[in-house]
Design a protein around this ligand. Structure first.
Ligand code: S3P
Length: 167
């Protein structure tokens, strides 16, 4: 089973996932990248053309396949939206929630020129905060470990390694 990283957009799932994978010598899988591979197009383009509901369905299918792998799996922030996806996550043994304040995350989303998220483009700041508040209890309930990510990556990695060694 995968070690699954959960958290809102820009919480640092990919950076932590890559670093952690090296430390524990497991493959790193980025769910969004895998989805783009399956779709043959970018997530932004798919959102535009097919809409969010269609994206969520594919996201769930890819999650189901990949959660069975021995790997570090970084998910997209909206993975907890569908009950079906939450059921898959609930069956997984190691879910790590990367937690941060909304204002910090918003600043990072806004400044991320390399990854302009469709939800950022399609929602006001207030609407995005509502989405954050709605998802928070899901991340929280599904997590076996919650990590405050408003700290240097090295520190976060060490905390996670300590946790994984105890498991
Ligand atoms: C989404 C988050 C994105 C990506 C898609 C939808 C979301 O991933 O899956 O744009 O609904 O929060 P990141 O959390 O890696 O930005």
């Amino acid at each position: 089973m995968a070690i699954i990283l959960l958290g809102f957009m820009a919480s640092g799932k990919s950076s932590l996932g890559r670093k952690l994978a090296k430390e524990v010598d497991l493959p790193y899988i980025d769910l969004d990248q895998e989805i783009e591979r399956v779709l043959g197009t970018s997530i932004s383009q798919y959102f535009d053309q097919e809409g969010e509901a269609a994206f969520r369905k594919i996201e769930g299918e890819v999650l189901k396949d990949l959660s069975a792998q021995e790997a570090i799996l970084a998910t997209g922030g909206g993975i907890v939206e569908l009950p079906h996806n939450r059921d898959i996550l609930a069956d997984n043994g190691q879910n790590i929630y990367l937690s941060a304040d909304f204002s910090k995350l918003y600043e990072r989303i806004e400044n991320d020129e390399k990854n302009v998220r469709p939800l950022f483009l399609n929602n006001s700041r207030a609407d995005l905060e509502k989405i954050y508040q709605r998802r928070r209890p899901f991340y929280q309930d599904l997590a076996h470990l919650k990590i405050d990510v408003n700290r240097p990556l090295e520190e976060i990695t060490q905390e996670l390694l300590t946790y994984l060694r105890k498991e």
